[in-house]
Design a protein around this ligand. Sequence first.
Ligand SMILES: Nc1nc2c(c(=O)[nH]1)N[C@H]1C(S)=C(S)[C@@H](COP(=O)(O)OP(=O)(O)OC[C@H]3O[C@@H](n4cnc5c(=O)[nH]c(N)nc54)[C@H](O)[C@@H]3O)O[C@H]1N2
Ligand SMILES: Nc1nc2c(c(=O)[nH]1)N[C@H]1C(S)=C(S)[C@@H](COP(=O)(O)OP(=O)(O)OC[C@H]3O[C@@H](n4cnc5c(=O)[nH]c(N)nc54)[C@H](O)[C@@H]3O)O[C@H]1N2
Ligand code: SF4
Ligand SMILES: [Mo]
Length: 764
Amino acid sequence: MTEITPPETAISTQEKISHSKPEMGGGLPVINYWAEKTLDLKGGLLWKTLLHKSACLSCAWGTGGQKGGFQNEDEENLQRCAKSVEAIASELMEPIPNHFFQRYSVYELQKLSSMEADRLGRFSFPVIRRAHSDRYERIEWQEVYEIAVKAFQKPPERLASYSSGRSSNEAAYLLQLLMRSLGSNNLADCSDLCHAPSTVGLKQMFGSGTSMVSLADLKKSDCLVLVGSNAPANHPRLMNELIKLRDRGGKVIIINPLIEVGLVKFASPAYPIKSLLKGSEIASHYIQPISGSDTAVFLGIQKALIENDRINYDFLRQYTENWETVIDQVRSLDWADILTTCGVTREEIEIAAQMIGTSQRVVFGWAMGITQHSNAVDNVFSIANTALLTGNAGKEGAGTMPIRGHSNVQGFGSMGVTIRLTEEILQTLEKLLQRSLSRVTGFDTRALIEASDRHQIDTLLCLGGNIYAANPDLTQAKQALGNIETIIYMSTKPNLGHFHGLAKQNTLIIPVFTRFENPHKTTTESGNNFVRLNDEGTSHLHQREGTNLVSEIEFLSELADRLHGNDAIDWRSLQDTKYIRQLIAKTIPDYEKIGEIDDTKQEFTIANRIFHTPQFPTQSGKAQMFVTPLPKLELPTISSFGLPEHNGAIVLVLSTGRSYSQHNTVVYKDGDYYRGMPHRNCILMNKSDGNRAGFQEHQRVTVRGNAGKMENVEIIYGQIREGSALMFYPEVNAIFSAPIDERCGTPAFKRVPIVVYSHVSRSA
Ligand SMILES: Nc1nc2c(c(=O)[nH]1)N[C@H]1C(S)=C(S)[C@@H](COP(=O)(O)OP(=O)(O)OC[C@H]3O[C@@H](n4cnc5c(=O)[nH]c(N)nc54)[C@H](O)[C@@H]3O)O[C@H]1N2
Ligand SMILES: Nc1nc2c(c(=O)[nH]1)N[C@H]1C(S)=C(S)[C@@H](COP(=O)(O)OP(=O)(O)OC[C@H]3O[C@@H](n4cnc5c(=O)[nH]c(N)nc54)[C@H](O)[C@@H]3O)O[C@H]1N2
Ligand code: SF4
Ligand SMILES: [Mo]
């Protein structure tokens, strides 16, 4: 096998992670990371970027304020976390030189790990991999556009896009306008794999699919129920709010099959004296249910609330519909069924119900532990039902708060990058484009992979992301993408998708500027519905010899112009992002203020999203409640995996997610310090499961799913619920295909049946 020499040698020294587990989240390792990154050779550039006025690249908590990059929307300072530094540092890498592409074939590059691929550097000129060629080669822009234009002249139903929420609102708006004007609604997006169940569920209940809680509200709450979120790693600034909530006497209830150390105790660098050294207690009450049973937990909480007369009937009568049916269902459930489904004691449930029922302002926050299940929409309904039963919606300091992923993923939805566009927006777009638009339901991400597998897609335009590795069943994803004639990846950095997700004819990589480098202003929307204005910037790659990057806006508007010219709108003038903002103001409801932002510089909260009174934008003005069935959680037998029933094998439910040092499919560092996992080929399981199967900790085992297996996996024991296990994506996506919740298309990444066995017992 050829050794691939990364073009950049300045890779930071590999941190050795031991098996020992820390006693709290955050803390000095975070400070060390800051110091390591900000003091090294690129430190100056990193600081310059941190101080640039633009929203943080990483998560949707949305740090980055009016006066520089360190503020939240309440203009509180010191609000940048190490994850932000990690994301920026990755984009400040050197360009990948041309000789690198000349030297290595795609087959050699396919052997790279996610981390190795990311460390190759930045894309800085367009490249193409042509049919039958074994490598990428540099290509001139003229030919790029010729190929792209031809690719988009196919029947509209055979055109598709995929996007990932790091680009701007303006790029997102342009992407959907281009696709819809061509007649295609195939606007797959990473949110299909992420918070789609929240959007779908909340929209049906409240008429609005986003958080109804602002940051200011969160600061007024006296109880936060945090479900299926590893905030210490994935939304670190939220931890400051939890610390403050506890400080003012409030309660934090955590629901998670895994005890995440940072949710028990967190040492926040934002409070050097109070918190950093000793750590702050986070959870007042920690519930560890069986994976995938959250609806049962909430039904239990609802039953306890009913039995202890803690239901706000006045609120239900005045502001909700269908509440009687919901209450009747909960009353009719047996405690025994609820408790066996979720594996939690009645006492644990009663404590949670008591905390919720006696608090004045409860916020319910959740992330992927709730949405990545085949009953994900029910999970969301069950949480929101609990909020409504206690009158915790439509008032200050309370409500439902999906904790969004990518820094602008919510903006993509607002801009119309969705297969569920409202009729209202469709009609305004029709006016703008002066033509009728297709009403055919487009393909979401999973449907797009399935359609490609059936040879139904000719052209795919990817605005960021890694459609290959974000999907379950990598063999299927690779094969499906291989059926597409032309794939155009607009990307900042290489990832596994560029090497495995190769099209049948032409695969193009368009090198784009990242948020803080764009030559124009852009906007982004945080998970709390706050719109930020990102200043224009410069790129460290700009005047390097041989580099030739474009902005996403420039590429998309140039392509649109070549396809449409002056048809209906002057597509070329969309190169001016101010003009795009004018169009957004005209066509996207509640986004009017974006039309003035260039003059006023006033960042703003989107209208009609934060509810301080219980009037909701549904048809009746009331919140609609939905009955949520108790989940039926079955497990396959060992033999259904094609293995003989024998000792030394055990069936578990795998939760697949992120390690501490990765951003989605991009791995920054090996291992997970906070979970005591020294490298990525580990499985975290409960000791009693290990004992049951006769395993020892650190033993190497095989993990098999329904689509493949991983070998030599090291067992790590941790405080995870019996019967559950945890492994990291994207690697683990090789071994399973996942059912979806049909209502939103989201795969059950958090409940993957696996069998774990040792090499010895397999041959026995
Ligand atoms: N640093 C960093 N930040 C990120 C990201 C990143 O990769 N790195 N990704 C961004 C994106 S796109 C997203 S969507 C978010 C993801 O943020 P999270 O949703 O916090 O991330 P996950 O790793 O998917 O894990 C979620 C948690 O769900 C728990 N869980 C698993 N199964 C269940 C279950 O059945 N019930 C319950 N209640 N809990 C369960 C797991 O134990 C874990 O603690 O983070 C965003 N921010
Ligand atoms: N098993 C399992 N699978 C999962 C999940 C899970 O929990 N478990 N989580 C799912 C979730 S929640 C999500 S959101 C998806 C994530 O899926 P994606 O969003 O598709 O993947 P990312 O890894 O975030 O994409 C990273 C790439 O985006 C590109 N990029 C970065 N910044 C920019 C930019 O500014 N512009 C452009 N054009 N490109 C840029 C870079 O090339 C980078 O390599 O994965 C999903 N898959
Ligand atoms: S919490 Fe999220 S938005 Fe805020 S600095 Fe950290 S990664 Fe960035
Ligand atoms: Mo996500």
